[in-house]
Design a binder for this molecule. Sequence first.
Ligand SMILES: *Cc1c(COP(=O)(O)O)cnc(C)c1O
Length: 232
Amino acid sequence: MGIRENFLEVKKSIEEVLTKQGRSKDDVTLVAVTKLHEIDEIMEVIDAGATDIGENKVQELIKKLEYLPNSIQKHFQGTLQTNKVKDIIGKVSLIHSMDRISLLKELEKRGKKENIVSNVLIQMNISGEETKHGWDEEELEKTLDIVEQCNYVKVLGLMTMAPHADNPDDIRWVFRNMKFLFDQLKDRSFKNVEMKYLSMGMSNDYLVAVEEGSNMVRVGTKIFGQRDYSKK
Ligand SMILES: *Cc1c(COP(=O)(O)O)cnc(C)c1O
């Protein structure tokens, strides 16, 4: 199957869950993760109807930016080095990977300098996996305190990468806990925080994530096939 068919298939499978749950068909934003894929492949997915694309590396994203239509929402979801903030600020719609106070402070500092407000998601690691970036719930509270003092960073929700599981049912609890946390925060009121997006679910687990309340999924492999890591 080609990229178009894969994209439409993923979209349809999400809509089926949403319909079953009585949620609106456009309740979930599907971000096509294009890292390590070529421009012609990206154009193919845009042709098929993709409105949002996601990249992981600043350099790669910047190279691709000039080819992307303005109407496309650009997401950054990889580890963002503090010294790369200046290259990316103002160029993406949403940074999913706000995972350190030093990064928050750099976004605020650069934003102030250039008068640019960055939209970010707070990256959480509630499964406690050492290899994954992100905060636990206690650290989240401290982070929100600092966010409230910012003027150039706006938090629009939470993001997580669940641990890999051969059976995504085994990590359903991660998504469920994230949704619980998301709803709790939604009920509270913070300056510079609007709990709009819950970004969770990748190729292997996006349907379980949507079942548990995700409203933004990041899907690469299932649309484009395996990535060739030898290329970069
Ligand atoms: C690569 C990546 C994805 C997409 O992963 P697939 O398994 O290919 O769907 C999603 N989110 C993040 C943060 C990624 O780095």
